[in-house]
Design a protein around this ligand. Structure first.
Ligand SMILES: [Zn+2]
Length: 177
């Protein structure tokens, strides 16, 4: 994945805009949070509340995916399939790991992989976050919303494999219900 070239394309097309104190990606203001800080935030939530953290991450990811679809996807002229690639590329730029579409069947299956998510290392080090289950609920939520748009249908999603469990890469599966 030529992420460097993609960043240059984004800058050239003004899809990524930086001014003093402000970073916009595809027109949406962004805040860069280092992975250890993000994981610390999750730890604080787990330690201070009895929230179902993974469910919370999934719902937040779905919200993020809806913003992408509503604010970005519907405003540009790409096909829904091309929008998936654009979203995947943007995730790469934002440092979510190496993201890749593994399989796409227009009848209603999308498989996306994540390799080397920066969160893995910090989840592993944490005493309060789980190390015996799949963890990429936020990203699954994002792909859940994007797949609903892609297939124009209710879908179900699951993380079939996860590097947190020792798998070679994480695999998110979205399919039509
Ligand atoms: Zn995973």
């Amino acid at each position: 994945m030529a992420v460097k070239g993609l960043i240059e394309d984004l800058l050239r097309s003004n899809a990524m805009n930086y001014e003093e104190g402000r970073l916009d990606i595809l027109g949406i203001p962004g805040v860069v949070i280092p992975a250890p800080t993000y994981v610390k935030l999750l730890e604080e939530i787990v330690e201070r509340t009895d929230t179902d953290l993974m469910e919370m991450l999934f719902e937040t990811g779905k919200y993020h995916g809806k913003i992408a679809v509503d604010d970005v996807g519907r405003g540009n002229k790409t096909t829904r399939r091309q929008f998936v690639e654009q979203a995947i590329n943007t995730g790469n730029v934002m440092g979510m790991g190496e993201l890749k579409v593994e399989k796409y069947e227009p009848e209603g299956i999308l498989l996306v992989s994540i390799t080397d998510s920066p969160l893995n290392e910090f989840f592993k080090k944490s005493d309060s976050l789980p190390d015996d289950q799949v963890i990429h609920y936020f990203f699954r939520g994002v792909m859940h919303s994007i797949s609903e748009n892609l297939f124009d249908s209710e879908i179900k999603s699951s993380e079939e494999k996860c590097q947190n469990l020792g798998d070679e890469k994480c695999v998110i599966k979205c399919e039509i219900l």
